[in-house]
Design a protein around this ligand. Structure first.
Ligand code: ATR
Length: 271
């Protein structure tokens, strides 16, 4: 019987996960189906999917914390993020993973060939996206990781989590005046509202990569600011999306698909 997988979210119609996973299945010759589920009651919806023979799920907003709670076993990555973006069902066992951060780091270091080791890295925002990327970033051993957020307290909470694993500090946007970075990530949700985080353009002096975690939005206000400030390379999160999917696919199926074709297919020009 064809194995069933799905993404659950609300809204979910915008999700590219079915396209990605069905493309992976084709090239790796895996017999699986992958659908979208618009979630309303997370537990009831997932129970129903499992009763229909569901083998695994991806989780998008607003259910990543519900998915974490639903699991019976949680990876270290999921525990550190406090959220799950993938579940695997094995009888009564429900395994939770979070591949967002590792997918981001793989896109940056592998696809974009931008090593983070020894670099000065700035991350804007201190929400779920930054939380998920925190330890994968620190594992790359940047010279320093700075988390800037409007509310300093949230950034300081993340620093407390990461402090034992590397050089990480918190600051406000105003504190960024006069500081420069090699790589800058926008992990705020500002771009979803076509807003610009109040980051001073001076942070981009000498910067080699500006990366927007959102994808499919074209040249966001953040990327435009970076480009105008002379940043050599700007990227959005299409590669992160494909790489986190590849991690989940390998976790479920034991085979790692190549992501190049999917990234090409889903890339929206940054104009
Ligand atoms: P996600 O899971 O996408 O990270 P989240 O947990 O709600 O979403 O976090 C959103 C992040 O975007 C927060 O860091 C938020 O900053 P505050 O904590 O100060 O609210 C940030 N954010 C959202 N809109 C922003 C804007 N216009 N400018 C700067 N930061 C913004």
């Amino acid at each position: 019987m064809t194995d069933q997988y799905a993404i659950i979210g609300n809204p979910v119609q915008q999700s590219k996960s079915p396209i990605i996973h069905l493309a992976f299945a084709q090239v790796t010759h895996q017999d699986l189906d992958y659908t979208k589920i618009e979630g309303h009651d997370f537990t009831a919806d997932v129970d129903a999917f499992r009763a229909r023979g569901g083998r695994g799920m991806n989780i998008t907003a607003p259910f990543k914390i519900d998915a974490f709670a639903y699991a019976t076993e949680r990876s270290e990555r999921a525990q550190l993020a406090g959220a799950a973006n993938a579940l695997k069902f094995d009888g009564d066992r429900v395994l939770a993973e979070n591949f967002d951060g590792i997918g981001l780091v793989r896109d940056v270091t592998h696809n974009l060939r931008c090593a983070l080791k020894g670099q000065r890295v700035l991350v804007l925002g201190a929400g779920g996206a930054t939380r998920g990327a925190l330890l994968p970033f620190l594992a790359e051993q940047p010279a320093e990781l700075v988390i800037a957020n409007r509310s300093l307290g949230k950034a300081q909470e993340l620093v407390a989590i990461g402090a034992a694993k590397g050089h990480v500090r918190a600051c406000t946007y105003a504190d960024l005046e006069g500081q420069t970075f090699d790589v800058v990530f926008n992990a705020t949700s500002a771009s979803l509202k076509t807003e610009l985080p109040p980051v001073p353009a001076s942070v981009f002096t000498g910067c080699t990569l500006a990366y927007e975690l959102a994808y499919g939005k074209g040249l966001t206000p953040f990327l435009r600011l970076a480009q105008n400030a002379g940043v050599k390379e700007v990227a959005d999160g299409v590669g992160m999306l494909a790489e986190q999917a590849a991690e989940a696919f390998e976790w479920w199926r034991g085979v790692r698909p190549d992501t190049r074709a999917v990234i090409e297919l889903l890339t929206v020009p940054l104009v």
